[in-house]
Design a protein around this ligand. Sequence first.
Ligand code: COA
Length: 431
Amino acid sequence: MVTQVRPPRPDEMSAYYRVLPFANGLPSWEPENAAWHGGSEPWPPQRPPANTQRLEQLAEADINDASFHPVATFVDGMCVGASATISFAVTAPGGGTVRMAGVTATGVIATHRRRGYLRRMMQAMFDAALDRREPLAMLSASEGSIYGRFGFSPATYRTRWELARHEAALRPAEPDPGTLELVGATQAKQAWPKVHADVRACRVGELAPLPGRWDGLSDDTDGTNGPLRYLVHRDRHGEADGIANFRLPWSPTEDNAGTLVVEALEAANSTAYRALWSLLIDFDLTKSIVAPGRPRDEPLRWMLTNPRAMRVTRQTDNLWARVLDVPTALTQRTYLKHGELTFTIDDDQMCPANNGTWHLGTDEAAVTCVPTDKAADLTITLSALSSLYFGGMSAQQLACAGHIVPHADGALGKLTQMFRTDPEPHNSFGF
Ligand SMILES: CC(C)(COP(=O)(O)OP(=O)(O)OC[C@H]1O[C@@H](n2cnc3c(N)ncnc32)[C@H](O)[C@@H]1OP(=O)(O)O)[C@@H](O)C(=O)NCCC(=O)NCCS
């Protein structure tokens, strides 16, 4: 038996794409009232698995995409495993961007599972990402028990909340000098890139969009979910500084009737943010508002006269992070508090150059991260460091769970003060 783990050749891309339908089950059924799944809609429209023609189209598109890096497992010439990384830029604490390998489209066909093929593909993808000077990898995990062993750990959250319209009163605020406009898909496609660029410059965790990110926006009806509608906010100079995509889906039950679903909302400043929400939470002929993919620290809560009116109905991890190159990743972000920290990593089997004791130093001029012979303030697992990288997770909780072992008084406090970010990191879309 000859096993190869390598990028597929262009003529092998169709076979590569056939792995996923044979790895994944059919989409799991979920009652509409549960109203949750991984996407941005309140519940997924029923979509059949991709047909052969669609797989060919995907293969063709990916062959021509320089940011898409597929890897496959071949056993005696047959493609049995597939995964890929997409080269992204992600906003790091401080507002700079870090190159990141986004792991996606992972599957091993049912007859070849548990033989170590995913592990080998993951190693190949990490090595290739390091060659491309991408110090970070990220992914969204279909199951929480698979990816920790490769060093991935949750880095951001995603929250779904509901608000009853009759409870959704806003606290008074200064008058808005800007304007709101309901627009069609053509104008929404123009507004989204500008608004997202402004937002991601100051929101940690946001991704630079791939080309064509908003091409799919349309005015067409999507089954019973109805058409997507677009609300744009413009500042006093007429520049778009906020936008929301929302729907008013048909409902099979009285309970869910009159629900306005906010599938996406981004605003570059608090005036635009408040203006968009103030219209959406008080839309005539609606009863409730549902927002499925929101940041955990949604400021709208604090704008309500009754903060408890916003009911969180689901919260889950969103993107997971994996530091591939510790000194490069850590010197490409800034720190809330300047200081010095020495830490030991001794558990990275896939990127062994990360193991050792590191001295992280930050001051007004620079951030440095270099090997040191000094005693470590703490020992931290690679996955815990990955969770802390974007500043949204708690060092105290990770230490309580044994991922961080402090060796010096105050070490944990120092780690917290240096790494935390506020607002929390958030990904308004994944990959
Ligand atoms: C998940 C999947 C990609 C794993 O591939 P695989 O080749 O079987 O994985 P490996 O044999 O390399 O296993 C690597 C490790 O992960 C573990 N593992 C694999 N799948 C797992 C699962 N579903 N749950 C928990 N652990 C899992 C293995 O036990 C092994 O552990 P070890 O290193 O401690 O021995 C494959 O089973 C699959 O395609 N499943 C269905 C589709 C899917 O879930 N894809 C994920 C999309 S994000």
